[in-house]
Ligand binder design. Sequence first.
Ligand SMILES: CC(=O)SCCNC(=O)CCNC(=O)[C@H](O)C(C)(C)COP(=O)(O)OP(=O)(O)OC[C@H]1O[C@@H](n2cnc3c(N)ncnc32)[C@H](O)[C@@H]1OP(=O)(O)O
Ligand SMILES: O=CC(=O)O
Ligand SMILES: [Mg+2]
Length: 722
Amino acid sequence: MTTRIHHAGLAVDPSLYAFINHQVIPGTGVDVEHFWQGFAKIVSEMTPINRALLVKRDDLQVQIDQYHQAHSNFDFEHYKQFLQQIGYLKEAPNDVTISTQKVEPEIANMAGPQLVVPVSNARFALNAANARWGSLYDALYGTDAISYENGREVGNAYNPVRGNAVIDFGREFLDQALPLSYGSHKDASDYAIVDGKLIVTLNNVSQSGLQSPEQLVGYNGTKQQPKELILQNNGLHIIIQFDENHQIGKQDSAHIKDVVLESALTTIMDCEDSVAAVDAEDKLGVYSNWLGLNKGDLSVEFEKGGKVLTRALNPDKSYVDLSGKEQSLKGRSLMLVRNVGHLMTNPAIIDKNGDEIFEGIMDAVITSLIALHDLRGNGKAGNSRADSINIVKPKMHGPEEVAYANTLFSKVENLLNLPENTLKMGIMDEERRTSVNLAACIFEAKERVIFINTGFLDRTGDEIHTSMLAGPMLPKEQIKAQKWIGAYENNNVDVGLACGLSGKAQIGKGMWPMPDEMAKMLAQKTAHVQSGANTAWVPSPTAATLHALHYHQQDVFSLQQEIKQRVAANVDDILCPPLHPEPKSMTQDDIQNELNNNAQGILGYMVRWVEQGVGCSKVPDINNIGLMEDRATLRISSQHMTNWLCHGICNEKQIVDTLQAMAKVVDKQNEGDENYRNMADNYAQSVAFQAALELVLTGTKQPNGYTEPVLHRRRLEFKAAH
Ligand SMILES: CC(=O)SCCNC(=O)CCNC(=O)[C@H](O)C(C)(C)COP(=O)(O)OP(=O)(O)OC[C@H]1O[C@@H](n2cnc3c(N)ncnc32)[C@H](O)[C@@H]1OP(=O)(O)O
Ligand SMILES: O=CC(=O)O
Ligand SMILES: [Mg+2]
């Protein structure tokens, strides 16, 4: 055990202490002594409040559990009254209107994809920051967005049949987003700018132009022979690139080599559910990358395809506008940072009472301190243009918890001598007590809110846990089709619009959790845009580029004005738990399949978390579809198994047998990984296997069904032993 540094009553891990004093603070204008004294003060003032909020969570859950035990016949009106009585369901405040100032254009006025990335992974984080721009051709060629049938398969060499399908898709997109006054981009043989207007020659014969000439923004190269044309639609830029010598440009009738799309407008650098950070060493990894992104000097070297590559932040893009002036477009996605929630503590810093400090306090202070480098203009590549620090705050339960975060952010501003409300807040609507009191939650941070977002994965986990004792839940797939979730999603948009978020803040939708299923995403994720959301989460840069297409099909801001007129979603519908109406109708096969699927996901994810420190993984489900698994999806699967155990749909032996059988499957899936330790060789000794078993068997006792307590403890156990 390394000796801690004692400062202002805090006992700090020495590496973290040195990092803050020598790498973070210099250049921020913050005084070291002032910082530690102020940090310690925030810890001592906020810790008791934080603790009390957690006690309240448990207390409400106990009352809800007791209610269900005492009322086996579910009477909705009675149940709702009970929720009001215990203070779970509050009176909605009238006329909440947010008044957030200094909001980034990407958040207030633009509609487009939001990428999420574990900030602990520098290679991915840099890739995400650079995902503001993405090649449409690469995204189409490299994924199932274009089918692999009829000669379109992907091989080692370039397949021109597939290439042509990509070009056709690209041209259809141009026709949709940048329609010509006459004819189609498919027939384009030349693009040029004449008298400030785009002239498109069709089939080397006739000439056409843009139906809306103002869509042309500028160019690179010459007007007669542009290398790039910069255009825009629904506020998003489209860059058409030309090169007659390029493999693709050569065979294209107009020498188009690529269509580059403005893709991830914003990126959430995640310190939370996609990250495994259990101690000072891990937190240091997270904070160092965030520092590098803010200073602009983060870079990584890695090997790919036999070559050593270096990745750093991209510069801005320059172009010439129609009046001949040099202009630039931001080269990087606007970075937000997701802090952890209010639940966990971390041993990196111990307070004056000998307790680990809350990780949420630590994140608020340190991620903001780091972001000062951006605000002070120290970064090589700027992030915020509104002098704001954009923090996403997850897993808050109800208005008091938002009020607490608001106070915490104020205190951090004080500590760092920042103007009030510099720290913005993205409120994740992902706990039931927040969904049903959303306007009250927004009210508590109405000068800071820059987004509300439906984190439906955590929200599903909370749905199961909250009503754990009400009865057995439907199978996971069917839970998604029940009325609670539709009402929850619509309510989020309705409340967001009623609170004046349109044009000021994001109304966001959740993650596409199937990173390889891009054809399905193209077909289905348009629904997020149609629902009135001006952003939605994607798991990768490629998904960002493809999801960007949906925002070209719909002007979200005018749609929001229409949606505002509809009858608002009913909170009563949100309060209907997705219970199985006829659990006895399920066959043993139905039950076993569901258990297998949950167990495979749980083990596939946990084994990498606990034994390798990987916080987000792609894990095959029982149909061999790779699913993005993070702590929220783990919460769903583990709580679901617990729920069925709790109601006798299965018994403990079946849970153990299922986990053991699935451990063998997961071992096989990982056989190529030399760092992997088989679980099936010795279930009793496998920390990951025991962690999974514990999570399911003790699921009713895990706070709100969260997985963090078991994950953290088991990871620490594994680290200590290896
Ligand atoms: C409920 C919630 O809270 S959801 C929010 C949390 N979830 C996330 O943040 C999801 C983040 N996504 C990921 O971690 C990954 O996409 C996974 C694990 C889901 C899937 O990964 P894989 O498909 O196995 O990716 P793989 O390792 O093959 O990498 C493929 C490439 O995509 C890139 N990539 C994948 N995901 C991301 C991402 N989120 N951001 C940036 N780059 C990414 C990688 O950098 C890599 O490119 P490179 O080789 O040039 O560096
Ligand atoms: O954080 C997102 C979620 O769905 O949970
Ligand atoms: Mg979540």
